[in-house]
Design a protein around this ligand. Structure first.
Ligand SMILES: N[C@@H](CCC(=O)N[C@@H](CS)C(=O)NCC(=O)O)C(=O)O
Length: 206
């Protein structure tokens, strides 16, 4: 059974959602990042960047175990392994890769900075919070315009949606009102109504 090493965060939830949607059996190994468990030598062996999530698949390629870190790599690995939520044709795969990389490079790091600066006080907070809230809203605008044209970011529901969903799930925490982004709201409500997504958010990760 796949071991999911994770915690109750946007990046951590992407993978529990994907595993549930794919119907893959897995066990959860909680890595409590509030207690610095991400620095434990055993975890660093599978996730050298000391960040969750990571997985160990005992039944990896060729039948031998493999570990994967970085949530985007984990999602692509699981999509490739199962043939689900990741198209095989290159033309269909390109938008999945585009929107997955868009999430990994921006729509995660930027709202993550908002979460951080909300915990900072006074003058130290002002510039950082204004900068990252502005950039986060810009990214929501990009996503909203995309979702005005297509039902899901790459057409049908695919791993890129799970990656982005992990962060939109936290929109209240980074102070974004989805009524300002109606297409994101429609997409978010549709995905959150899926039984697999609901299981992925319900599994205890802390
Ligand atoms: N690019 C990484 C980012 C992972 C990441 O930032 N994880 C956070 C929780 S959401 C973490 O483990 N933080 C622990 C730390 O900062 O030491 C991924 O997508 O897997």
């Amino acid at each position: 059974m796949i071991e999911l090493h994770t915690y109750n965060t946007p990046n951590g939830r992407k993978v529990s959602v994907a595993l549930e949607e794919m119907g893959l059996p897995y066990t959860v190994k909680v890595v409590d990042i509030t207690k610095d468990q991400q620095f434990a030598p055993a975890f660093l062996k599978i996730s050298p960047n000391n960040r969750i999530p990571a997985i160990i698949d005992p039944d990896g390629p060729g039948g031998s175990p493999i570990s994967v870190f970085e949530s985007g790599a984990v999602l692509l690995y699981l999509g490739e392994k199962t043939g689900q939520f990741l198209p095989s044709g290159l033309r269909e795969r390109v938008p999945v890769l585009e929107w997955l990389m868009w999430q990994m490079g921006g729509f995660g790091p930027m709202p993550g900075q908002v979460h951080h600066f909300l915990t900072v006080n006074g003058e130290d907070q002002r510039y950082g919070l204004a900068r990252y809230m502005k950039e986060t809203r810009r990214l929501y605008g990009v996503l909203d315009r995309r979702l005005a044209q297509v039902e899901h970011v790459a057409g049908q529901v695919l791993v890129a949606d799970f990656a982005i969903l992990g962060w939109v799930w936290r929109h209240e925490r980074h102070k974004v009102d989805l009524t300002d982004f109606p297409h994101v709201r429609r997409w978010f409500d549709t995905l959150m109504a899926r039984p697999g997504v609901q299981r992925g958010f319900a599994v205890v990760l802390a």
